[in-house]
Design a protein around this ligand. Structure first.
Ligand SMILES: C[S@@+](CC[C@H](N)C(=O)[O-])C[C@H]1O[C@@H](n2cnc3c(N)ncnc32)[C@H](O)[C@@H]1O
Length: 298
């Protein structure tokens, strides 16, 4: 049996949820690792409802056909994933992480890599949402460009599943909410005023970052993300279940250079996910280290 759902029908009601939404929930999980518990199935129904309204599709079954038909499945799945993902973020979201990065980790990485012919640092912001995290990293790297990173090239790769977020990230225009934790000094130095309410990231900051769409559950793409010195995957794994988290974290381990560091969000941990990383504590934050060959602690 199928029923009609509209965008205006918040499914968190006593009405039983159409079983087709369960099928869609499982499809979304298979494709991108985002898992919704039974009690949160109404969120999937809401997301589908918005797409169905947009497409003037009347029933969940019809929508399922669109999501699985050869001619439409890829494009429609992308659109649905844009509805399902949660992109909450802001600039300077975790100052203790930035302190650890600039005061301890960068000096260590620079020293470790200093004998290399090419002085290059590669950073990956995985699950970058609308770009606030990679821009924060870029500005902090620029702050070090006359000191610690003099003569170094910094490349930041910023990826997300949601292609609307990636487009917003490329534009780099932010309002008060995104900028709420940004120090005044950084606002003055690295942004230009667009209008009364919005600031745009300056070109020299944008230049450091390459944005692209990437699904962290896409093994074939993940295999080609090698050679990273730092990986930030903050507040992303919380949407995955254990097996999806484990798979992504194993990729991160092999994508990091020896001596590189991996960061999670402040409320996340790698407990029971990967024993190869070494947990390192910093004031107010922590990071995971891939032991360097020189450390003899492999
Ligand atoms: C809460 S935001 C985190 C943004 C930023 N990292 C931060 O900590 O402020 C989570 C992001 O993860 C992305 N995401 C979820 N599943 C993903 C997947 N399978 N592949 C890539 N990105 C994914 C979402 O699109 C969303 O932008």
């Amino acid at each position: 049996m199928t029923s009609t759902i509209t965008a205006a029908s918040p499914a968190k009601s006593a009405t039983p949820i159409d079983p087709v939404f369960r099928q869609i929930r499982d499809l979304v999980y298979k494709v991108c690792g985002i898992f919704q518990l039974e009690e949160k199935l109404y969120l999937m129904a809401d997301a589908c409802g918005r797409r169905m309204k947009h497409l003037s599709v009347r029933t969940p079954r019809e929508y399922w056909d669109l999501l699985t038909a050869h001619s439409s499945r890829e494009a429609e799945l992308r659109q649905l994933l844009n509805e399902v993902t949660i992109g909450e973020t802001c600039l300077f979201r975790s100052p203790p992480q930035l302190d650890a990065l600039r005061k301890v980790i960068l000096p260590e990485l620079v020293q470790e890599k200093t004998k290399q012919i090419v002085k290059r640092l590669r950073i990956w912001s995985a699950g970058c949402s609308t770009g606030e995290e990679p821009y924060t990293l870029a500005m902090n790297m620029l702050e070090e460009s006359d000191r610690l990173l003099k003569g170094w090239t910094v490349e930041i790769l910023a990826t997300d599943l949601n292609d609307r977020s990636v487009e917003t990230a490329k534009a780099g225009v932010y309002g008060d909410y995104a900028l709420r934790a940004t120090p005044e000094l950084f606002k003055r130095k690295y942004f230009v005023q667009v209008d009364e309410k919005k600031l745009e990231v300056r070109p020299e900051v944008k230049k450091l970052i390459t944005f692209s769409r990437l699904n962290l559950q896409d093994d074939s793409r993940m295999l080609f993300m090698k050679g990273m010195d730092l990986i930030f995957c903050c507040n992303v794994l919380i949407y995955f279940d254990g097996p999806s988290k484990g798979k992504v974290v194993n990729h991160y381990y092999s994508n990091l250079n020896f001596g590189g560091y991996f960061f999670l969000g402040t409320s996340e941990s790698l407990l029971n996910l990967n024993d190869n990383f070494r947990l390192v504590h910093f004031p107010g934050s922590l990071a995971y280290w891939k032991p360097s060959l020189k450390s003899g602690k492999l």
